[in-house]
Design a protein around this ligand. Structure first.
Ligand code: NAP
Length: 315
């Protein structure tokens, strides 16, 4: 197996930023950018306008932003493999990385595989239906789009994200409905009160959305009350899933410490529980989850890896 100084797994803002910094530090990084696990570029590839990434006053399309990240990583000599990492062996150094066709050894590894927003399989919400045409899983990324302006918006979920995203959406929608499957929010008390006291938010308890319909964009939702079984069709401009995220760590098979929700635990910046393995981006961030914070921790991971490698005498 060929031995690499630094392997980066994942190709969102965190992975590419780590690559830019590592390549400029002469670490000659190799990225596994993924293939079947999702598009290279991560979650921004399924977003339209990104208006909160600094440096783009007019906004930029998510896929364009990620293609610039990728080009910048390539410019400094990053090597990119378009394949998934299926498993890793972090029990001894050098670490072993098993891609779908390439197997390499690595002195250091940066995990930047991100997280996937959970979606529900509601009629009308699927790819090719209204997904990204009014149905999304990120209010902060997509909420300011003109299609949501002054329209009734529906947020599915009952946790802190659902409340936070609903409050955010009140700036755009005519009214925001939280559709929660139970009669009590999971969100923290302070957040729950914020939702319940907000004049533009109404909580639809014990409810689900059965169907989303429209023309070019979302126009209607069919709501069902789980207690009464009453069904109602309502006007809608958008549906936002806020039912949590799943960090992409299955390929690690429990070799790194995680919290209860499966996010990688880091300390001293980006050090994971195995020395020489660093984590950046949403795979270790269950709080901020923004492109800019992912890029920031990608930079940190590259600097941490560079310093750690030099302490090991790997130049
Ligand atoms: P979460 O706390 O896991 O809540 C997920 C919500 O989605 C729950 O209310 C759950 O319903 C609902 N849900 C899950 N699966 C569903 C399904 N199949 N159908 C319908 N509803 C479903 O996730 P989160 O809100 O994303 O928060 C994740 C973590 O980040 C939490 O620790 C949270 O405190 C933290 N966070 C903090 C802040 C903040 O402090 N500002 C903001 C965002 C997130 P049930 O309640 O019935 O299970």
């Amino acid at each position: 197996m060929k031995r690499e100084k630094l392997v980066i797994i994942g190709s969102g803002p965190a992975g590419y930023t780590a690559a830019i910094y590592a390549a400029r530090a002469n670490l000659n990084p190799l990225i596994f950018e993924g293939f079947m696990t999702g598009p290279s570029g991560g979650q921004l590839m399924t977003t339209t306008d990104v208006e909160n990434y600094p440096g783009f006053p007019e906004g930029i399309l998510g896929p364009d932003l990620m293609s610039s990240f990728r080009e910048q990583a390539l410019r400094f000599g990053t090597r990119i493999l378009t394949e998934d990492v299926e498993s890793v062996d972090l029990s001894t150094r050098p670490f072993k990385i098993y891609g779908s066709s390439t197997h390499v050894e690595a002195e250091a590894v940066i995990i930047a595989t991100g997280a996937t927003a959970k979606r529900l399989d509601i009629e009308g919400s699927r790819d090719g239906e209204f997904w990204q045409k009014g149905v999304t899983a990120c209010a902060v990324c997509d909420g300011a789009a003109p299609i949501f302006k002054n329209r009734p918006l529906y947020v599915i979920g009952g946790g802190d994200s659902a409340v936070e995203e609903s409050v955010f959406l009140t700036k755009y929608g005519s009214k925001v409905f939280i559709v929660h499957r139970r009669g009590e929010l999971r969100a923290s008390k302070i957040m729950a009160e914020r939702a319940m006291n907000h004049p533009k938010i109404e909580i639809l308890w014990n409810s689900v959305i059965d169907k989303i319909s429209g023309d070019q964009v979302v126009r209607k939702v069919v709501l069902r009350n789980l207690e009464t079984n009453q069904i109602e069709e309502k006007d809608a401009g958008g549906v936002f899933f806020a039912i949590g995220h799943q960090p992409n760590t299955a390929f690690l098979k429990g070799q790194l410490k995680t919290n209860e929700a499966g996010y990688l635990l880091v300390s001293k910046g980006t050090y994971t529980s195995v020395e020489g393995v660093f984590a950046a981006g949403d795979v270790q961030d269950w709080i901020y989850r923004q492109a800019i914070t992912a890029a920031g921790t990608g930079c940190m991971a590259a600097l941490d890896a560079e310093k750690w490698l030099s302490m090991q005498g790997v130049e």
